[in-house]
Design a binder for this molecule. Structure first.
Ligand code: S3P
Length: 414
């Protein structure tokens, strides 16, 4: 069976923001239709960026770095990427804006972005808890040399986007490689940006962005769910075409290959510097492995579904150094451990991960999703191999990143 997935969420957010900054009209196709990316689009429109649909395309009238102060609050909804990248994007653009989010996003840390932006000279007010709401006011941004305390593509990207409006230079050092779409896109669009090892340097002076055309490749983080199901079901083979195969996003597929998954992929370089291609996965016998250290950022969003695979692997699977999971859309370590225990799995919760002993026959349970799309999708996959009928308390929250998810999973399982 072949699957063509909606566009990558991370690239869709960035493409809309860079399209807004560009000097002229950009055309995007296969943009993620999830609620998160819609939040980015609406926030940009509120800041005076015309965005429209033309057939299957999204057309953005870039204003060359000019934004207007929105009349109402910018609501980033459930999207950490919208809130954090937008804060960087707007910090040096001479406008007033207030950013809020839903109840999950209002609990997530924003100080990790605001603190380095203040060092650049930004004028941003944040709640005392270091969370949304935040208020941006006009400020002249200067240079920055900053080492990220945790590997975060959102923080890195926010600083680079702010740097585009600063006198610069902006130098960001990462403790481990995180997804590099912002760097690849900026380089492809003619911005003076150098990457050497774990350091990214954005040149001095205000940077101009050329308008562009982009067909957003399929989202590998979405692919992980049907891929996991295909690996666990008997006599199943699944091929994804036009899938994003950027090495900073492939940690899940590399890890399950180590677990024994029958998987292969072939990529070529496509527009805006991204690797794109085909990936095939078949029914597999799995064994437990250890996942930790610098590989964690390359599979951080896939850990909930990896936990489901671990329940079917022989021996122990251990995930460490993944404490960041506790500040995602929900506390994903807690959500995974609690729900897998309900399904009869032997699992030990750790401060920065978990240990799972398999294989186990999963039993039906009522799953608490915490309204977190990736928890809902991971346990929808688990429900397909469980004995009895599992129910999710909020199956619809998958719309955040993967509209059509339940249909896709049904097709893979039939
Ligand atoms: C993202 C970065 C990651 C990831 C999120 C998307 C991005 O978050 O978990 O789903 O598009 O930059 P962090 O930067 O918090 O690690």
């Amino acid at each position: 069976m072949r699957l063509h997935l909606p566009g990558d969420k991370s690239i869709s957010h960035r493409a809309l923001m860079l399209g807004a900054l560009a000097e002229g009209t950009s055309h995007l196709s296969n943009v993620s239709s999830g609620a998160d990316v819609l939040s980015t689009r609406q926030c940009l429109e509120q800041c005076g960026i015309p965005i429209r649909e033309e057939g299957q395309q999204i057309v953005i009238e870039g204003q060359g770095g000019v934004f207007k102060s929105p009349e109402e609050e910018l609501n980033a909804g459930n999207a950490g990427t919208t809130a954090r990248l937008l804060t960087g994007l707007l910090a040096g653009r001479g406008i007033h804006a207030r950013i809020i989010g839903d109840s999950s996003l209002m609990r997530r840390p924003m100080d990790r972005v605001v603190e380095p932006l203040l060092q650049m000279g930004a004028n941003i007010q944040l709640s005392l808890r270091g969370t949304l709401p935040l208020a941006i006011h006009p400020a002249q941004l200067g240079k920055l040399g900053y080492t990220l305390p945790v590997a975060s593509a959102q923080v890195k990207s926010a600083l680079l986007l702010a740097g585009l409006a600063s006198e610069g230079p902006v130098r960001v050092t990462e403790p481990a490689p995180s997804r590099n779409h912002t760097e690849l896109m900026l380089q492809a669009l003619g911005v003076d940006l150098q990457v050497s090892d774990n350091r990214i340097t954005l040149g001095s002076g205000k940077q101009r962005i050329a308008p562009f055309e982009l067909n957003v490749p399929g989202d590998p983080s979405s692919a992980a769910f049907p891929a996991a199901l295909a690996a666990m079901l008997p006599k199943t083979e699944l091929t994804f075409d036009n899938l994003l195969l950027n090495p900073t996003r492939m940690g899940f597929f590399r890890a399950i290959k180590r677990m024994g998954a029958q998987i292969s992929w072939k990529s070529k370089l496509q527009n805006l510097g991204e690797e794109v291609g085909e990936l095939t996965i078949r029914s597999s016998e799995l064994r437990g492995i250890k996942i930790s250290g610098t590989e964690i950022p390359s599979l951080i969003d896939e850990i909930p579904v990896l936990a489901i695979l671990a329940t079917q692997a022989k021996g122990a699977t251990v995930v460490r150094d993944a404490g960041e999971l506790r500040v995602k859309e929900s506390d994903r370590i807690k959500a995974v451990c609690e729900n897998l225990k309900r399904m009869g799995v032997r699992i030990q919760e750790l401060t920065d991960g978990f240990r799972i002993w398999g294989p186990t026959t999963l039993r039906a349970a009522t799953i608490r999703t915490y309204h977190d799309h990736r928890i809902a999708m991971a346990f929808a996959v688990a429900s397909r191999i469980a004995v009895g009928k599992t129910t999710l308390d909020d199956p619809d929250c998958v719309e955040i990143s993967f509209p059509g998810f339940h249909d896709t999973i049904r097709r893979v399982a039939s």
